[in-house]
Design a protein around this ligand. Structure first.
Ligand SMILES: [Zn+2]
Length: 516
């Protein structure tokens, strides 16, 4: 696709530049030509003019940029994924934040008010003190939402998106424009004015560690595709949908595995449990997501010809670092990466969006017409491939296609990432039993396994359970937390530190489970 707007120039402007009304820029430039010999430092704004004109100090007065004639800005949207109207656009029930330091596309809607079609303009987006400029050509008529060609699109790199206010200017050289058209700027009026926008800091990086599972159940020792090209596909699948400035994909050492994994779900829970334990033993950071990838057959078609389970993960809470583990098929191509984005979505606490799924869905998924059958609620922009994504796409937490992230899940992911990134300086509530918690895995066939202890330093957010722990010195009842698998029965129980455990009993899914 070719709709991706080119990167604009990024200029760092000193504060002084903002104190000058645009209309005066030209006259200052004229003055400079006479004052230059007496020393530039005496003249406030010289550096600004150099930056603004790009003229390297030669200050050709006709080249100085002023407001463009014959054009009126009618609306501005920002996209880092789902559409966020900044002014003049539709209103939505779900407010989406602008993500600090994530690349963004500003779409400037305008109408022409004279014979100006074909004229070149410079579109300038100012965010706080950071300026991005992009050349554009005016087209006749009025911009429409469905046509990227009808709007001026400015790609703002993440480094220029730090402040919580913005300003838009459409500019032309002084020699070509009167410089008096206030409607070529938003907000109008004071050239220093900026409009507020809601911004959120979700942290800097989504960290995904791929664990290549060496599949030996068929004696092949087959490894999944972790070539540079395939890693980029994983990265892109996450980056285009997750509200975060960067996605980092790393690869761990091969993980030997000889238990058969079937398309119907057999063997999946055992591998997920092993990858989760591997994560715990590897000293992973609390915000690191482990994703085990494997190829149980030569090709995806061979494995999944009659339908299959493609991934499995935990629906984890914000403080449940130990549960940030999932697994999925690792065949070459985008399918495996889309599965990864879905499973890592579960690890971010996202449940299923209601289309094509079985079992329970996200109870908070909106039920209005814009979200029927898990539609994404509004149009979006694809930062990886360029181009508009129609509002009829399906949320990536559903089983329907084609997928993108809905406004609902985009906001929920942003909230979660903000929580996870904010946990660096977390202190648990008084009396919370931090330390080595016990764990029991309930496999999908009903069998149980008591695992090694795990470090827990925050209240887990699984489903609370009464747990009866029998020890050599008597029985005690404690509160544990159960984390179900997303696509299979069973899951993991965590319970507070206890010495000399003989037996752990709890209820789940209407049954008593006793792990010896
Ligand atoms: Zn799922």
């Amino acid at each position: 696709m070719t709709g991706k707007a080119p990167f604009g120039r990024v200029l760092r402007r000193t504060r002084a530049a903002n104190h000058r009304p645009l209309a005066e820029v030209g006259s200052i430039a004229l003055l400079l030509t006479t004052l230059a010999t007496t020393g530039c430092n005496a003249f406030t704004g010289l550096e600004d003019l150099e930056a603004l004109t790009g003229a390297g100090g030669t200050a050709d007065p006709g080249a100085v940029l002023v407001a463009a004639d014959g054009v009126t800005i009618t609306r501005v949207d920002i996209y880092q994924g789902p559409q966020i109207p900044l002014f003049g656009g539709p209103t939505f029930d779900i407010d989406l934040p602008v993500i600090v330091e994530r690349e963004a596309v500003f779409r400037i809607y305008y109408k022409t008010t004279g014979d100006v079609a074909g004229n070149a303009v410079t579109a300038r987006v100012t965010i706080g003190e950071d300026v991005t400029e992009t050349p554009a050509t005016l087209v006749e008529g009025t911009s429409t939402e469905g046509s990227l060609q009808s709007t001026i699109n400015v790609t703002v790199p993440g480094e220029a998106l730090k402040a919580s206010s913005y300003r838009i200017d459409l500019l032309q050289p002084r020699a070509e424009s009167s410089g008096t058209n206030k409607a070529a700027s938003y907000p109008e009026g004071d050239a220093e004015a900026q409009e507020d926008m809601t911004v959120t800091n979700t942290g800097s990086t989504l960290k995904l560690k791929l664990i290549p599972v060496q599949y030996d159940a068929d004696g092949s020792g087959r490894l999944p595709d972790t070539s540079e090209g395939q890693l980029q596909i994983y990265r892109n699948a996450l980056y285009r949908m997750y509200p975060i400035p960067e996605v980092e994909v790393t690869v761990g050492d091969p993980f030997p595995w000889d238990v058969p994994i079937g398309p119907g779900g057999g063997g999946w829970d055992q591998l997920l449990d092993a990858i989760r334990e591997h994560r715990a033993q590897s000293g992973a950071a609390p915000d690191e997501y482990y994703y085990g990838v494997f190829t149980p057959t030569e090709t995806f078609g061979e494995f999944c010809g009659g339908g299959c389970t493609a991934g499995l993960g935990f629906v984890a809470g914000p403080g449940d670092g130990g549960m940030r583990a999932a697994i999925g098929v690792g065949f070459p191509g985008e399918g495996s990466a889309e599965t990864c984005a879905h499973e890592v979505g579960h690890n971010h606490g996202r449940e299923h969006a209601p289309c094509g799924t079985f079992g329970s869905n996200d109870p908070e998924f909106p039920e209005d017409a814009a979200h029927v059958e898990a539609e994404i609620g509004r149009i979006a922009y694809d930062l990886v491939n360029g181009g508009i994504i129609p509002a009829t796409h399906k949320d990536f937490m559903s089983y329907c296609e084609p997928t993108f992230v809905s406004d609902h899940n985009y906001r929920k992911l942003a909230e979660r990432m903000q929580q996870v990134s904010g946990f660096a300086d977390y202190t648990p509530p008084p009396g919370f039993p931090s330390g080595d918690w016990g764990q029991v895995t309930l496999f999908s066939d009903g069998s149980l396994k008591r695992g090694a202890t795990v470090k827990v330093s925050r209240p887990p957010t699984g489903v609370p359970r009464d747990v009866d722990v029998a020890t050599h010195s008597g029985n005690q009842r404690v509160t544990g937390y159960f984390f179900p698998f997303d696509h299979l029965p069973g899951g993991i129980l965590l319970y507070p530190p206890t010495e000399n455990v003989r037996e752990v009993a709890f209820d789940w899914a209407g049954q008593r489970h006793v792990a010896k």
